[in-house]
Write a protein that binds this ligand. Structure first.
Ligand SMILES: C[S@@+](CC[C@H](N)C(=O)[O-])C[C@H]1O[C@@H](n2cnc3c(N)ncnc32)[C@H](O)[C@@H]1O
Length: 244
């Protein structure tokens, strides 16, 4: 799929939602809803992997700012967020009110972050909608912008996790209707990507298992209550850029 097709799909998706909901509801729904809970889970996941005051977080596919809002509420000093959707980026920027942060629109493969300056590059629910080649190129971009020892943290869908089947079944149902494709990854593919890009695989964690520590009770959907430990639904990959 070309980048233009991808962008057109997202524009249509955002426009369809915006036409039916209030500004804030549309901003939440456009990235999958559960704005506070998912954002908090993303934040605690980063914290579990060493996020501290000096961490420069690069959030690629930042959407309308689920993670950014969490970091802004804690006055986190170093953040750069990018998305292909200009309207999403401007919503996130307005929401966060952090003048020292950088928000930008990306054409879909590169982000405006100087080489070797990032500590954590995150892709939350981004590789679920782009091709494997595109994912690989984005990981290469992450390798460029990270400091040695920096982390890539991303979420993905995989057939090995029973609960991810629903996402695939939905895509099968919508097949032929010009719906957003759903893309699955697996441990073998991620490990290959990591080897070819000089990343170490630190963890690949099934999305349906509570794993990382959370500091508040979080309620997801109608019936999931998380205490002490959280999970994001999608599986989680943690890769580290090798130190030469
Ligand atoms: C499901 S939303 C998740 C947003 C955000 N990461 C979060 O967790 O709230 C996926 C986002 O990825 C963005 N996106 C898709 N392809 C992209 C690309 N190639 N580069 C940057 N952003 C992209 C979409 O515009 C959308 O905002």
């Amino acid at each position: 799929m070309s980048l233009q097709t991808l962008l057109d799909r997202y524009k249509n998706h955002y426009a369809a939602i915006a036409g039916q909901h209030s500004h804030d509801d549309a901003a939440a729904l456009a990235v999958g809803g559960e704005f506070y809970t998912i954002g908090a889970l993303e934040y605690y996941l980063l914290k579990a992997h060493g996020l501290n005051e000096s961490t420069h977080v690069v959030d690629i596919g930042c959407g309308t700012g689920r993670l950014a809002a969490q970091l802004a509420s804690r006055k986190h000093p170093h953040y750069s967020g990018f998305d292909i959707m200009e309207s999403a980026v401007s919503y996130a920027r307005d929401l966060c009110q952090m003048p020292a942060w950088k928000f930008g629109v990306t054409a879909g493969l590169k982000v405006d972050v100087p080489t070797g300056t990032g500590d954590m590059a995150c892709f939350f629910s981004v590789f679920t909608h782009i091709t494997h080649e595109h994912t690989f190129l984005y990981l290469k971009e992450a390798a460029r912008l990270l400091k040695p020892g920096g982390l890539v943290i991303f979420t993905y869908l995989e057939f090995a996790v029973h609960s991810h089947w629903d996402a695939f079944a939905k895509a099968v149902n919508n097949f032929g209707k010009d719906a957003e494709p759903v893309v699955f990854l697996d441990c073998a593919g991620i490990t290959q990507f990591a080897n070819h890009l000089d990343f170490e695989v630190l963890a690949l964690v099934d999305g349906d298992k509570p794993t990382f520590a959370i500091e508040e009770e979080l309620i997801l959907g109608p019936c999931v209550i998380m205490k002490d430990r959280g999970n994001l639904g999608q599986s989680i990959a943690i890769l580290r850029k090798r130190v030469p």
